[in-house]
Design a protein around this ligand. Structure first.
Ligand SMILES: Cc1cc2nc3c(=O)[nH]c(=O)nc-3n(C[C@H](O)[C@H](O)[C@H](O)COP(=O)(O)OP(=O)(O)OC[C@H]3O[C@@H](n4cnc5c(N)ncnc54)[C@H](O)[C@@H]3O)c2cc1C
Length: 390
């Protein structure tokens, strides 16, 4: 039997247990087969039908309040949905609109902005991307140079963004731009604006990754006119919103799902290659599963604190520091278990499913960089939690 991350939590009350059963059955019946346990990431067009099904069922935004069109779910229900979707290796819907921008829009958007953008995020009809990073501004995000100058009732945007996940598919970008070049400190001159990527002057170019896909893009902005009403929050007040969003992003990317799926896959592959008869395999698997178990318990505790608004500042960087390397170790283990097939870029067939350990290995290289590199998480811990000198 697969290691099941949901059996860890037998603390569901009767109502939650019933909800879990309902979700389990529904997800199993409704998630398209071709999206389960995919060796590669799903593209936005592939994701849309699954997103729509969750939307139509009313489960697309469990963490959004009801008045914004969400489910207003309890934290337990949110976790149950997340765990049951992960359990069958189904993809979680793209986070950029639902998890990163949506909560900021609900928190800081005007009623008109919410009415305009919430429905498209929820239905999945509008794809969003995050325009933060630039060629010279990744870890040192406050040095970003893309500028937006207010002229009458429009911002004129010039500059360049890169490493934008799903940039080639996105309709809209929530972007951090410099609106005051003289501001000191630098982050006091940054605003959050919404850019329609079909506007004249926007050029989107795909960036090919080590794995051969073009999940990322870069965008060039040349004299792009963005209506003034697309400013979110106050002028020059974007940094606070941006860091609030990054906290949510690290929490989302720091979950144990990747490692759990990869270890299940390693078990499957080991049955085929015969590695499961090897005591060394069993020992390594047990060690990784113990780490996963401990980390999952920590994540759950963190999620409970998050629900109470009491997450200590140190917790999100720790999650990201634990989740990424654990997923990387699990992907290396999978390659090892696959034997010679692990070194090939071709799919191997396991129980009628395509498994590609090398692609998983490449995929997991990214998780210690996206959302802020692990070295930066260590800096945050050193400065803010341990009070160490810079
Ligand atoms: C999977 C993935 C998805 C992404 N999606 C998006 C997206 O949708 N939108 C977006 O805007 N960006 C996105 N990014 C970009 C991401 O935010 C940046 O790659 C990240 O912040 C690091 O910036 P950088 O690539 O410029 O590296 P750099 O900042 O140049 O860092 C290079 C190396 O130096 C280290 N380093 C830098 N400064 C320090 C320091 N002060 N102390 C110690 N070490 C340091 C870093 O840890 C890293 O190892 C994504 C990246 C990945 C991998």
């Amino acid at each position: 039997m697969n290691w099941d991350n949901t059996t860890l939590f037998s603390d569901d009350n009767p109502a939650d247990a019933a909800f879990r059963r309902e979700v389990r059955q529904w997800v199993d019946k409704n998630c398209p087969e071709n999206l389960r346990d995919r060796p590669s990431r799903v593209t936005p067009p592939e994701m849309k039908p699954w997103h729509k099904k969750l939307f139509e069922r009313g489960w697309i935004a469990p963490h959004w309040p009801r008045e914004a069109g969400g489910m207003g779910a309890t934290l337990e229900q949110q976790l149950i949905l997340f765990e049951e979707i992960a359990r069958i290796g189904a993809p979680t819907p793209f986070p950029h609109g639902l998890n990163f921008f949506g909560p900021i829009l609900i928190h800081a958007g005007t009623p008109e902005q919410k009415a305009r953008h919430c429905p498209g995020i929820l239905s999945g009809d509008v794809t969003w991307c995050q325009g933060y990073s630039e060629a010279g501004a990744g870890s040192d995000l406050a040095s970003l140079k893309t500028r937006a100058v207010l002229e009458g009732d429009h911002f004129i945007v010039d500059g360049h963004k890169m490493w934008t996940t799903n940039g080639t598919h996105a309709d809209w970008m929530f972007a951090l731009v410099r609106t005051d070049a003289e501001a000191k400190p630098r982050h006091a001159g940054i605003s959050l604006i919404l850019i329609d990527l079909k506007s004249p002057g926007v050029t989107v170019k795909p960036i090919k990754t080590i794995r051969g896909d073009a999940e990322f893009a870069e965008e060039f902005f040349d004299n792009v006119r963005v209506p003034k009403e697309n400013l979110i929050g106050p002028l020059n007040g974007g940094w606070k919103l941006a860091t609030m969003l990054l906290g949510g992003e690290r929490f989302a990317t720091g979950h144990p799902r990747n490692a759990a799926i990869l270890l299940n896959r390693a078990r499957q592959v080991a049955r085929v290659t015969g590695a499961d008869a090897d005591p060394a395999f069993r020992q390594q698997l047990a060690a990784l599963e113990i780490d996963l178990l401990a980390f999952t318990a920590y994540y759950r505790h963190g999620a409970a604190l998050h629900g109470l608004g009491k997450v200590p500042e140190s917790m999100t960087p720790v999650m990201k520091l634990a989740a990424g390397p654990l997923a990387q170790l699990a992907s290396e283990f999978l390659v090892q278990v696959a034997g010679p097939a692990g070194a090939s870029l071709a799919d191997m067939e396991v129980d009628g499913e395509a498994v590609n350990p090398a692609e998983d290995l490449f995929e997991m290289r990214r998780v210690t960089v996206g959302g802020g590199a692990n070295e930066i998480q260590r800096n945050i811990l050193a400065k803010r939690a341990l009070d160490l000198p810079s």
